[in-house]
Design a protein around this ligand. Structure first.
Ligand code: 4AD
Ligand code: MG
Length: 473
């Protein structure tokens, strides 16, 4: 049995065996052991008079141990059961002077430098158990609704989002890259015989599958070489992308809302211990912050809020009007311009969600000029059937659209966006044969994780973050 199971077990003096890592050792007697199965540790009471002095000295924080003894009802407060240890073995020492994690609070910045050990802290234990639970819940959500999981390629020749933020994939010798007669790189000599990159999105391939299997989703790693060193951007992140045939932008919004509410509910119904721990962690953290920087709702309240409230739906044009009429705007408090045709910046999104509506917001009908080529053109000729879901404290958590299903319109869009037909012929062909209305979206998995864990920096919800200048481990 792991510690989670032991803590829930009936204590009737049965002999149990625990393997885990020492959290603390107090008064030469009380040993707290964790094995990562739960945020709680189990207490082993050591009979120090009958235990080797040399063993007692090695029960340092971080050491791996095996403890055997009777499971009994606990005498102390804080736990129902404890173990009366009859045997203690040190499986792996942790030198008290060298082990970086002491039984005290370490800053998240410090722990980022120790990502190989930070799994051992309560905070990261909770975050990564929750990350597992969310992964499982995502597959369950779609499986229960008859979606099929599609593995889209990680190496691809296309740039779905058209932002040019790709990591190149090549096996050229960088010292001696083959050139053609025009002194341009000769990709025909490269491994795949063409220019390739790591995918920025599985959407285009997911669309191909949706136009046969009707309801599909991808859940894979995506890579973006954008040089934004923010608390919400990673160069390698995971994205969930459902794609649904015969669904329009309104069906798409309904799906995104139902999906996000489901995941938030799943988190506090199935991981209540971790959520309670992370909630308390955030409350403690906020004590040192000035009042105006503390969130109005705590983590649990925020999750409940999303589950219990419908999302506000507005168009981009309405969003611009709201921003222009805000006191914030009139007092010149926005750094970036508010103007029809310009993309919304994170400060605008957060104003709409956190100050104006005070709930999750879905913005639709964005200007075509700054959205991707595949989004369906609206009748006004200026906007596309795009949707972004904005969350408090996070900003954009989901981006999606109804797809352009009309062959001629899509062909024209490709020309406008300078996408050569020989790069995208397969995508265009689906619009020639049995095309239909279809829609989908992408949920940034780490943005979701930030929301459900309350962690303020995206680097703290993925085990080994990849950001500009940082690819350790
Ligand atoms: O809005 P994006 O760029 O949309 C797409 O990639 C579409 N192909 C999705 C689709 O329709 N199938 O990205 C989707 C989401 C964003 O809303 C955000 O949550 C997340 O992916 N995201 C990032 N997360 C972490 N780091 C980054 N650099 C991210 N860029 C986008
Ligand atoms: Mg987006």
């Amino acid at each position: 049995m792991n510690i989670k199971e032991l803590l829930a077990a009936e204590a009737s003096e049965q002999i149990v065996e625990i393997k885990g890592w020492v959290r603390t050792f107090r008064s030469n007697r009380f040993l707290a052991i964790s094995d990562g199965s739960t945020v709680h540790s189990i207490q082993a009471v050591i009979d120090f008079e009958n235990t080797d002095e040399s063993i007692l000295k090695r029960l340092n924080t971080g050491a791996a141990v095996k403890v055997t003894g009777k499971l009994v009802p606990s005498q102390g407060k804080g736990q129902n059961v404890e173990v009366n240890a009859s045997e203690v073995l040190i499986l792996g020492d942790a030198d008290a002077d060298e082990y970086p994690l002491q039984p005290k609070k370490h800053s998240l910045e410090f722990l980022r430098e120790k990502a190989h050990l930070r799994f051992r802290t309560n905070t990261f234990g909770s975050v990564f158990r929750l990350r597992h639970a969310m992964t499982f819940a995502i597959h369950k959500f779609f499986n229960d609704r008859n979606y099929f999981n599609i593995h889209t390629p990680i190496i691809t020749g296309s740039d779905a989002e058209g932002a040019g933020e790709m990591f190149h994939v090549s096996n050229f010798n960088f010292e001696k890259i083959p050139l053609d007669e025009n002194k341009k790189i000769d990709y025909s000599k490269d491994f795949f015989g063409k220019e390739t990159n790591l995918t920025v999105s599985g959407q285009l391939e997911a669309e191909l599958a949706a136009l046969a299997l009707s309801k599909v989703y991808t859940f894979g790693p995506t890579f973006r070489a954008e040089n934004s060193n923010t608390s919400r951007h990673l160069a390698e992140f995971w994205m969930i992308e459902p794609e649904v045939a015969f669904a329009d932008i309104f069906d798409n919004m309904d799906l995104a809302e139902e999906f996000l509410q489901y995941l938030c509910r799943y988190a506090f119904e199935n991981n209540s211990d971790d959520i309670a721990f992370l909630n308390q962690r955030e409350l403690d953290e906020n004590k040192s912050k000035p009042q105006q920087e503390r969130p109005e709702l705590n983590l649990i309240e925020r999750l409940e809020f999303v589950v219990n409230n419908t999302f506000q739906r507005i168009t981009y044009t309405e969003a611009i009007d709201i921003l222009k009429n805000s006191k914030h705007y009139k007092k010149n408090k926005f750094k970036f311009p508010v103007e029809w045709g310009k993309d919304l910046q994170s400060e605008h999104e957060r104003y709409l969600v956190e100050q104006h509506f005070k709930c999750p917001v879905i913005i639709t009908a964005y200007p075509a000029s700054f959205k991707a080529f595949y989004m369906r053109s609206n009748e006004d000729g200026k906007t596309v059937a795009a949707m972004d879901v904005l969350f408090p404290g996070i900003g954009e958590i989901v981006g999606g659209s109804q797809r352009e299903e009309r062959y001629d319109v899509l062909l024209k869009k490709c020309e406008e966006f300078n996408i050569p037909q020989e790069h995208i012929w397969w995508y265009l062909e689906t619009r020639k044969f049995g095309t239909c209305v279809h829609s989908g979206f992408g949920l940034g998995f780490e943005r979701l994780m930030m929301f459900v864990s309350g962690m303020g920096n995206i680097r703290d919800v993925i085990p080994f973050p990849r950001t500009p200048g940082n690819a350790e481990y």
